[in-house]
Design a protein around this ligand. Structure first.
Ligand code: HEC
Length: 311
């Protein structure tokens, strides 16, 4: 059979598998182009198009429990205090000036002197925009109870409940469109916060501050310990108690701690607690052989030292 130099399309139609023989070269070339294009743009394909998360300023994180004043919150009748009255609004106006105006502004525009430096701006009470907890009395009570601490809105949970309602009613005079709470919304407030029972708010200080306090206190103890150590040396045999303390003292620091300890104990308690484990308390084991008179002299001396050093 003679090779043909032209494609006979009629014959191709009768035997379509031959089509592949003619076209695979085009597929190959096209695949080659796509592959080259892909390799060429590999950088862009594998690049991460999502920008990394920008962390908030670390000063915005709440890392510690807040400072809190202890307070006794007197009971309040939510169905009375939850409804506005002239008396409450007047009271609220004064409280507002003292507690809120620095941030929220004298006229409630959110433009108080402290607002300029704040990342999240204090709420403008004239506008319904951007409220997180909401504008009803119940919602605002929640805001005052818990604060929105991360954003700089403090909790005012130490204010008497009635003062908080007064503040809320005053704030609500800044606009005419504040939503009115249904009876059941107010009753829910009673259920959640037990307002008719009143409550007691324990004082608390941040852990960081508490640790600083402990540190200063223990530094004072160490100083006392050193002082007791030297006063034992200075007194020599003059006082029987001092002598006994010195004789039975294994370690000045520890006896100083014992002295402090003795300050809070009766003689009998002191004897019992030292005898139970003299070495840990800073005495030699022979301390347990002392007579009661000797114990009493030593006790008198140590408590006197503790008192002197404390004052
Ligand atoms: C240290 C500044 C500061 C003080 C003081 C302050 N606030 Fe705020 N307050 C804010 C900031 C900031 C916001 C906005 C918080 C947010 O958008 O997350 C806010 C928001 C609010 C909101 C809106 C809550 C919501 O649902 O979005 C209310 C209501 C409010 N404050 C009431 C008061 C009252 C009442 C007082 C006074 C007892 C007060 N604030 C004192 C800073 C303050």
């Amino acid at each position: 059979m003679q090779p043909k130099d032209e494609i006979d399309f009629m014959e191709l139609l009768k035997n379509p598998s031959r089509l592949f023989g003619l076209s695979y070269i085009y597929f190959l070339v096209t695949a080659g182009f796509i592959g080259t294009y892909y390799l060429w743009n590999m950088n862009d394909v594998s690049k991460n198009a999502t920008a990394p998360v920008v962390l908030r300023d670390s000063s915005q994180f709440v890392m510690d429990i807040p400072m809190q004043r202890g307070a006794v919150i007197p009971p309040v009748d939510v169905l009375v205090a939850g409804r506005t009255s002239k008396a409450l609004v007047d009271k609220g106006a004064n409280l507002y000036k003292a507690n809120c105006a620095s941030c929220h502004g004298d006229n409630g525009m959110g433009d108080g002197p402290s607002a300029a430096a704040m990342a999240v701006k204090p709420r403008n009470f004239h506008s319904a925009d951007g409220w997180k907890n909401g504008r009803s009395v119940a919602n605002m009570y929640k805001t005052l109870q818990e604060g929105i601490v991360v954003n700089g809105m403090a909790a005012f949970n130490y204010l008497p409940a009635e003062d908080r309602f007064a503040l809320i009613h005053y704030v609500r005079t800044f606009a005419a469109d504040y939503p009115v709470d249904s009876l059941s919304a107010l009753q829910d407030l009673e259920k959640v916060y037990n307002l008719s029972k009143g409550s007691q708010l324990p004082p608390q200080i941040p852990v960081r501050l508490a640790m600083q306090k402990l540190e200063t206190e223990s530094a004072a103890d160490a100083k006392l310990a050193a002082a007791v150590g030297t006063s034992l040396k200075g007194k020599k045999q003059e006082e029987q108690g001092a002598a006994l303390a010195q004789r039975h003292c294994a370690n000045g620091m520890k006896v100083a701690a014992a002295a402090l300890h003795a300050g809070g104990l009766s003689l009998d308690e002191f004897i019992r607690s030292v005898s139970a484990d003299p070495v840990t308390a800073g005495f030699t084991a022979s301390v347990v052989r002392m007579s009661r008179e000797e114990w009493s002299a030593m006790y008198a001396y140590l408590t006197k030292v503790a008192k002197e050093r404390k004052s």
